[in-house]
Design a protein around this ligand. Sequence first.
Ligand code: ASP
Length: 343
Amino acid sequence: MKRVLLLHTGGTLGMSARRPSALQPDTYAHEILSRVPELAALAEVSTRILCNLDSSDVGPDEWTALADEVAAARADHDGVVIIHGTDTMAYTASALSFALGGLDRPVVLTGSQRPLGEIRSDARRNLVDSVDLATRDIPEVGVCFDGRLLRGSRATKGDAWSYTAFASPNCLPLARLGLDVEIAPHVRRPQPDQPFAVDGRFDTRVAVCFVTPGMDPRMLERLGAGEADTGARGVVLAAFGVGNVPSRLRSVAAAVRRLTDGGVTVGVVTQAHAGAVDLSLYQNGVGLRDAGALSGGDMGVEAAVAKLMHGLGCFPEDAAARAEYFTRDVAGERGDGQLHIPD
Ligand code: ASP
């Protein structure tokens, strides 16, 4: 029988169902195996509680710890399931995709919209599906929710009030769990020349700027300002359409130029829910490119943020290496021929 490690980090799945008080982390994590006994029919499951947090409080420290836990678990587990709050699950999944190079077994993040202890909870199904997937030949970081496994570096929380909480607009699901478990052909395989390696260095000094009509570019510029360690070293610019920004009255590109001249790495993603950045299509995007901004291609915000943090952590003194890293496909997070395929 396959061996699966169930790593608990917190989230709604294990929260207290006592209403009307606000949901908060509870002790369910200790009881998951006895509350969902069918997991034992799928795998030899061991559990470990890494932390018990609302995922709004999960960040780069926990990403690093999780990457190390997965690396250690490889010695005696065939797959890992991470129980995690839905709010920042896509960030953690992206971060782990970058931190776990040459991954050779499944790492499945899951959670639920209703606590395990509540009636009609989605927790049981998501847990069973995730443990099942963790026994299979899917060597990727994925997000399992509502009967689908999405690539971790492509997932986004698309609905705060539905059991179909996650979407993956630019990449088809890696697996679908209906009557049968269907695994898609685009599941990535580790390259023979890329042995497993963990690198959980993240620099948290990354900000996101969502461009708005008429915005004052000085607000963007100020993100990079500040005493020694307080300014952003990386900025993800969520631009209009394929990567356009205002230029007629007040030039956003000029502000970007001042940021990049100051050593800040600026990556551009689209505000649209699907599709890719192309900084050569419109003059308003060409200006950004000429100012030193990097195209994020069809990466989502979560992947771009985690990748920029990882790039800054791994290449703190080397802007060219960061740029190369940001613009290349590392973990299936950008342009792999799966563009615009309806979900
Ligand atoms: N606030 C919760 C969390 O992300 C939401 C959830 O788990 O669905 O931890």
